[in-house]
Write a protein that binds this ligand. Structure first.
Ligand code: MF3
Ligand code: CO
Length: 260
């Protein structure tokens, strides 16, 4: 996925961050609805239809639909699929690990988030742990998204959680990104790095942090549909993402439903 490279970060005013929070809430509400819909027997196309209804129903626009020709509202990536799986007639099976990525636009401002859900009331512990580690690494990255820190502080915080948890792979071919009036903006936000290095973080930056973690090798390839990214070794992967604003009072997650 290419970045529309700009040489400068788009700095948002507090008012603009409030608009992004509205877009973020639409994404969070949609993912909340989807998370309870992920049960054995549902197809990923049905999940996509639910997302479509949630986003348009909220008066927002889905950002993925038509993005470089992408044909759906969400990405649904199952098991060894890492990201960018296209909703289809594929049926979700008991125990599947389903990552759902969702983006919406409100008044020109974007929100982008992803969750991983296991389609089971009794998930396999190793798969639950994969998702939990990925989610915890995202939380650590968010904590490091503080003005005066550097980009490498985010990456190293994410990496430390994953490395400390066991034999996991950190996907390097895809990274987080700046977000604002476009979904993908400068700067890239790697899920690895060196503390104290890289771009200085400032108030008004909004970043999408999105660790992609595998069991084993981090190597990925793209399938012939030109979208679906899978692990080369077939091991399963998890993806969690939030849109995060760097404010005077610290990091604020925009892709949450505060009523949750
Ligand atoms: N939202 C994804 C990301 O986290 C990108 C989705 S690609 C699309 O950056 F084509 F589906 F939009
Ligand atoms: Co993203």
């Amino acid at each position: 996925m290419g970045f529309r490279k700009k040489d400068r970060v788009q700095i948002k005013s507090p008012q603009q961050i409030e608009l992004m929070r509205i877009a973020g809430k639409v994404v969070a509400d949609t993912l909340q609805t989807l998370s309870v819909s992920v049960t054995p027997g549902i197809t990923t196309k049905e999940l996509d239809a639910i997302a479509r209804e949630c986003i348009y129903g909220a008066g927002a626009t889905p950002s993925f639909l038509g993005y470089y020709g992408y044909p759906a509202v969400i990405c649904t990536s199952i098991n060894e699929e890492v990201v960018h799986g296209i909703p289809s007639d594929r049926v979700v099976n008991e125990g599947d690990l389903v990552s759902i990525d969702c983006g919406a636009i409100v008044e020109g401002w974007h929100g982008d988030a992803a969750i991983s859900v296991i389609a089971s009331t009794n998930p396999q512990p190793s798969i639950q742990k994969l998702s939990d580690v990925t989610r915890a690494s995202l939380a650590a990255g968010i904590e490091a998204a503080v003005a005066g820190n550097r980009m490498g502080d985010i990456g190293s915080a994410i990496q430390a959680v994953i490395r400390g948890a066991g034999n996991y792979g950190i996907v390097e071919d895809y990274v987080g990104h700046g977000i604002g009036t476009e979904m993908h903006m400068y700067p890239p936000v790697p899920n690895y790095g060196h503390a104290g290095q890289g771009l200085e973080l400032q108030v008004g930056m909004v970043l999408a942090l999105e660790p992609m973690v595998t069991i084993g090798s981090p190597e990925v390839i793209t399938l012939a549909d030109d979208w679906t990214v899978v692990t080369t070794d077939g091991n399963w992967a998890s993806h969690w993402e939030h849109t995060v604003a760097i404010t005077e009072s610290g990091p604020q997650i925009l892709t949450i439903n505060t009523n949750n």
